[in-house]
Ligand binder design. Structure first.
Ligand SMILES: Nc1ncnc2c1ncn2[C@@H]1O[C@H](COP(=O)(O)OP(=O)(O)O)[C@@H](O)[C@H]1O
Ligand SMILES: [Mg+2]
Length: 577
């Protein structure tokens, strides 16, 4: 039963490291548990002494003395118990300090279709198990043999009763665990899925309303929710049945111990003081079993969560390794054999793409929808790690720099602008103000970038100019405005490499003209520029063209050359969605 609580894989890396850092806390808690469990014998010893020494002799001095000792011992017990809880709570806080930022950073780095957005919640499950009743039960469980031994010392028959009773309880607990394990984890999983579905519907409520999907989506959610709730109730009912049986067995055992002790007293085999002592000892011996059963769902949930965290860290391994700082790149881009495979697709999304771009050069990526242009742009922007091949900036692989370090040299405008909740200024400056960069520098950088993007006047016309606060996902500006703000964000800090994915898809004439100026200016100052586009406006000025089809690079070369080769069959510039 205990084995199933241990993580599946021996943890290395930050998770294990954090737990190792709390070793002294856990060791302290273990030592305190030893003392606490020894002190729990106080009432038993006291009772036996009172019955066997004080009552027969009437020695009141002895009674006073013994009472004083017992009270002192019990006070120590309470203090130790309190200290132990504090230690475990501190261990939880320490884990939080060491891991929460790392977990968030891993979540951001994770590249799967369904990112683990619950990671922090899962971490909280682990943390509360570490400082909660479950952990206390686990610390107390090893002391069961102590009480069992004392029972045997009282009388072998009482020892045997405790042993057999304990085994019965343990068997019940094991059955409980066996029956409820799959139910519990199923319930947890479907609960997580139901919450996630709810969140995504709530985030897109407007579309749901406009497309008349309200009833359908509610029905869908309710069905999911009912499933989750039913599974949970099922797991609880199952667990409840066993905990009822366990309670009954424990109460029956206590009475049986009293009865057996009384019988032994009548037979003259033990002293009268042992009657109550045996009952007390027996209940202490079997208490951890009951405690564990109560704490079991929480522990199982913590274990599931732990495994998810281990998985998260394994999937993003190598993120935190130390890296030598490299000088800022000039913008020499080399893409070599870039291939992206997705786990659930047989065919690579892009395969073996290779090209080179020098500072000051512009490259247009063209091709039909679904040909892999966005995927290639993401690889070049460093937002997606290719499964094969390498991308280098000034000779250094992207992986040679840590994520944020690399990102400051790359300006990326994704296909959907993806703005965040916060002011326009913060969006343009990539929220660096939160990392302690000076306000003047941030303001200047944001305004310069907006000017370079030709978006300065448009931003000043917003209700609060640069201080206009956008809602979640950048709500509050039009698609065209969002795209221009996102262009300014890409230009923030004069990056050496600019990657623009259909930057003109929502732009009007004025916006497109501003975009052209921005691209040419960036190239003139020496940036390498990669633009995914359909429309002639942007492509007319690029130096090179790259044609994608079905994930393969069909052609790449100087613009005129590529155009003359594709002109006979297909028009180079097509309007597509
Ligand atoms: N996360 C993903 N999961 C599954 N398929 C994907 C994913 N991302 C891209 N694809 C597939 O890869 C192909 C290329 O997509 P994309 O690069 O967006 O093309 P483009 O930008 O040229 O329209 C598409 O067929 C798309 O279905
Ligand atoms: Mg695309």
């Amino acid at each position: 039963m205990l084995k199933s609580l241990l993580p599946d894989r021996p943890g290395t890396g930050p998770l294990a490291e954090a737990f190792r850092a709390c070793r002294t806390h856990f060791l302290g808690a273990a030592v305190f548990s030893a003392l606490i469990n020894l002190l729990y014998l106080t009432p038993t010893l006291y009772m036996m002494q009172v019955y066997d020494r004080v009552v027969p002799t009437g020695g009141l001095t002895t009674l006073v003395l013994m009472t004083a000792v017992a009270v002192f011992a019990l006070a120590c017990l309470s203090v130790l118990d309190w200290l132990r809880s504090r230690l475990l709570l501190r261990a939880g806080l320490r884990l939080d300090r060491m891991l929460s930022a790392r977990i968030l950073s891993r979540v951001v780095n994770l590249q799967t279709k369904s990112p683990n957005t619950q990671a922090l919640r899962e971490f909280d499950n682990v943390r509360s198990a570490v400082s909660g009743a479950g952990a206390l039960a686990l610390f107390d469980a090893p002391w069961t043999p102590l009480y069992l031994g004392c029972c045997f010392l009282l009388h072998p028959a009482i020892g045997i009763l405790t042993l057999v009773g304990g085994l019965v309880l343990f068997a019940l607990a094991w059955l409980n665990e066996r029956d409820s394990r799959s139910r519990l984890s199923k319930a947890i999983q479907s609960n997580v899925a139901a919450y996630a579905a709810q969140e995504s519907i709530a985030a897109q409520a407007e579309v749901v309303r406009a497309l008349g999907m309200r009833k359908a989506s509610i029905a869908n959610q309710i069905e999911q929710r009912r499933g989750a709730v039913a599974l949970q109730a099922d797991a609880q009912l199952q667990g409840g049945r066993y905990s009822g049986a366990i309670k009954f067995v424990r109460l029956a055992l206590q009475s049986a111990a009293l009865g057996l002790a009384a019988f032994l007293v009548v037979k003259g085999q033990i002293s009268p003081g042992s009657i109550i002592a045996s009952s007390v000892l027996l209940s202490r011996a079997v208490a951890p079993v009951e405690l564990l059963v109560g704490a079991w769902p929480g522990l199982v949930q913590a274990r599931t969560s732990w495994n998810h965290l281990v998985e998260l860290f394994a999937q993003t391994a190598g993120e935190d390794r130390p890296r030598t700082g490299l000088p800022p790149p000039a913008g020499r881009l080399r893409v070599d054999g870039a291939t992206v495979r997705l786990p659930d697709l047989d065919k690579p999304v892009i395969q073996n793409v290779a090209f080179a771009l020098d500072p000051g050069q512009t490259l247009g990526i063209i091709g039909p929808s679904g040909s892999g242009k966005t995927t290639l742009a993401r690889v070049v922007a460093g937002s997606l790690k290719p499964t094969g091949g390498v991308v280098r900036l000034d000779g250094a692989e992207y992986d040679a720099r840590d994520g944020d370090d690399l990102a400051q040299f790359i300006g990326y405008l994704p296909q959907s602008p993806s703005l965040f909740a916060g002011s326009v200024r913060d969006n343009i400056s990539r929220f660096v103000a939160a990392t302690g960069v000076e306000k003047e520098a941030v303001d200047r950088g944001a305004v310069e970038a907006a000017m370079a993007a030709g978006a300065h006047d448009m931003i000043l016309r917003l209700p609060n100019g640069y201080d206009t606060v956008l809602g979640p996902f950048g709500a509050g500006v039009s698609a065209g405005q969002a795209q221009r703000i996102a262009l300014a964000r890409a230009l923030y800090g004069d990056p050496a490499l600019l990657v623009l994915d259909e930057p003109n898809s929502n732009l009007d004439q004025e916006g497109e003209a501003a975009l052209m100026v921005a691209v040419l200016k960036a190239a003139a100052r020496g940036a390498a520029v990669v633009i995914v586009a359909h429309r002639a406006g942007v492509l007319a000025r690029v130096d090179r063209l790259l044609l994608m089809r079905d994930g393969l690079m069909q052609m790449e070369g100087p613009r005129e050359e590529v155009l003359s080769r594709i002109r006979p069959s297909t028009p180079p510039v097509r309007k597509e969605a």
